[in-house]
Design a binder for this molecule. Structure first.
Ligand code: PLP
Length: 462
């Protein structure tokens, strides 16, 4: 299975190379040259079985299936729930897909732990070391720090926007106690950290010198690993049901994974609602409006405070009929002018894809947290509440509505307190994090600052 760049100007690579680089050399994102048709799992398939068969299809001949199975077993062993991503009913016909049973209490663990296994496997075989750069809106950093902590083959450098993430989110990335995890809090917003990441990855000399890779939501392995729980949910609810998935959306990685599952034949139909907060870029883009570099607003669902959803580029590639030059020109004019209209054909085809978006305000988020608690006794995280509020609003008569529960409420105790008046502590399984000191440096939102720091980290490791 080969992977091509969404900007059409890079050599196709195999699954392992796509995973190890993250960003294509022409600045695009890797996408499979065709979507493999994957057999739907049956209702009794375990999460490991489904993950193995889906990842094997994406890996093609670049990894043996047995190695993939072993990685999946190791990746999911520390999960607090045997099903990894269990489905629970929240009301008649309404379900929640619980993705927060991993060590850092958010769905990012699901894909990140698999990536860490993959990197260790490949770098171990090659006897190589790499530097992983990661920009986080709150939860990716924790998942990456925890998944790679103590790895002999990587240094991981995590950039987060200073004071724009919750103290508990920060704890998971800064209190790993591992020498190979390095944290920087930069003065600015998440889109700024993501721009630095892209800039440094596109800097050929620097990338080679530091053996740099990215495990952000643009990394294909994450998308592939996240498509597994969509397939599992379809199998468990029945292959004859038209499921609507409601996905709390920031960088559009999770929702894209649902789209990919559908393209691979794993879903009966494609009906995905991106639930967004005041940062409603996906709602505008799906309506065919231009791509813009808007200001991000700080909301109660900080992991979704994103105005430039990086994975939209993959969807645009599909909507534009896989015309890499057209995608490249959209992103070139975005870089030059701060705004880029979508090609007309792409805008029309986006409209017909089965994807939609719902906006949910902070006020509605708090209301939904109250309502979910009153109706089920469950305390849901603000991101999940954005999804549940969108699900409640979207009338679906044709089958079940499944909302992705993207984080554990204990990661957002301030918001839980505000909505419900309850003091929610971390679950016991997270107590290792509170027992260690936090370790991070602060700095300006500057690529040069990060470049210097990465160089000195690599110099020390060599
Ligand atoms: C990352 C994250 C999201 C957004 O997911 P994307 O794949 O970036 O769209 C939603 N909720 C939580 C809790 C997250 O950590």
């Amino acid at each position: 299975m080969k992977y091509v760049s969404t900007r059409g100007n890079a050599e196709p690579v195999d699954f392992v190379s796509a995973s190890l680089t993250g960003l294509a050399p022409d600045g695009g994102l890797f996408s499979p040259v065709t979507f493999p048709q994957i057999e739907r799992p049956d209702a009794t398939a375990t999460y490991i079985e489904t993950a193995t068969s889906i990842l094997a299809a994406f890996a093609g001949s670049s990894l043996p299936e047995q190695a993939i199975r072993e990685m999946a077993v190791r990746a999911y062993a520390p999960f607090a729930h045997q099903s990894v991503a269990p489905l629970t009913e929240v009301g008649p016909g309404r379900w929640m897909l619980e993705l927060h049973h991993g060590p850092t209490l958010a769905f990012k663990d699901v894909a990140m732990r698999l990536i860490a296994q993959l990197y260790d496997h490949i770098l171990g075989q090659r006897g190589e070391r790499m530097t992983i750069l990661c920009a986080t809106s709150g939860d990716t950093g924790g998942a990456a720090a925890s998944a790679f902590a103590g790895s002999k083959h990587v240094d991981i450098v995590i950039l987060h926007p200073l004071d724009r993430i919750s103290p508990t989110q920060r704890l998971f990335m800064t209190a790993t106690g591992a020498d190979n995890v390095h944290n920087f809090a930069l003065e600015g917003d998440f889109d700024g950290t993501q721009a630095i990441l892209k800039l440094l990855l596109a800097d050929d000399q620097f990338r080679r010198r530091t053996r740099l890779a990215a495990v952000n939501s643009i990394n294909w392995v994450r998308v592939a690993a996240q498509s597994v729980y969509f397939a599992q949910a379809q199998a468990q609810l029945g292959h004859d049901r038209n499921i609507r998935f409601v996905v709390p959306t920031g960088n559009f990685g999770d929702a894209l994974a649902g789209y990919v599952a559908s393209r691979c034949g794993l879903l009966k139909s494609l009906d995905i609602v991106s639930a967004v907060n005041a940062n409603d870029a996906m709602a505008r883009l799906l309506a065919g409006m231009p791509l813009t570099k808007g200001e991000t607003a700080a909301t109660l669902s900080p992991a979704m405070d994103i105005q430039l959803p990086s994975n939209f580029e993959r969807l645009l590639f599909e909507a534009a009929g896989r015309d890499g030059a057209a995608v490249a020109s959209v992103y070139a004019s975005l870089a030059a002018k701060g705004e880029a209209p979508l090609p007309k054909a792409a805008a029309t085809s986006l409209d017909a894809m089965g994807l939609s978006a719902e906006r949910v305000s902070d006020h509605q988020t708090i209301d939904e947290m109250k309502r979910a608690y009153a109706e089920t006794g469950w305390i849901v995280c603000p991101h999940t509440a954005v999804g549940l509020a969108a699900a409640r609003r979207s009338r679906h008569v044709d089958g079940p509505v499944v909302t992705l529960a993207t984080a554990h409420a204990a990661k957002f105790p301030e918001t839980v307190k505000r909505a419900l008046g309850i003091d929610l502590g971390l679950p016991d399984r997270a107590s290792e994090f509170t027992s260690r000191p936090e370790k991070f440096d602060t700095g300006p939102m500057s690529a040069d600052f990060v470049r210097q720091r990465v160089d000195s980290i690599v110099a020390k490791a060599d």
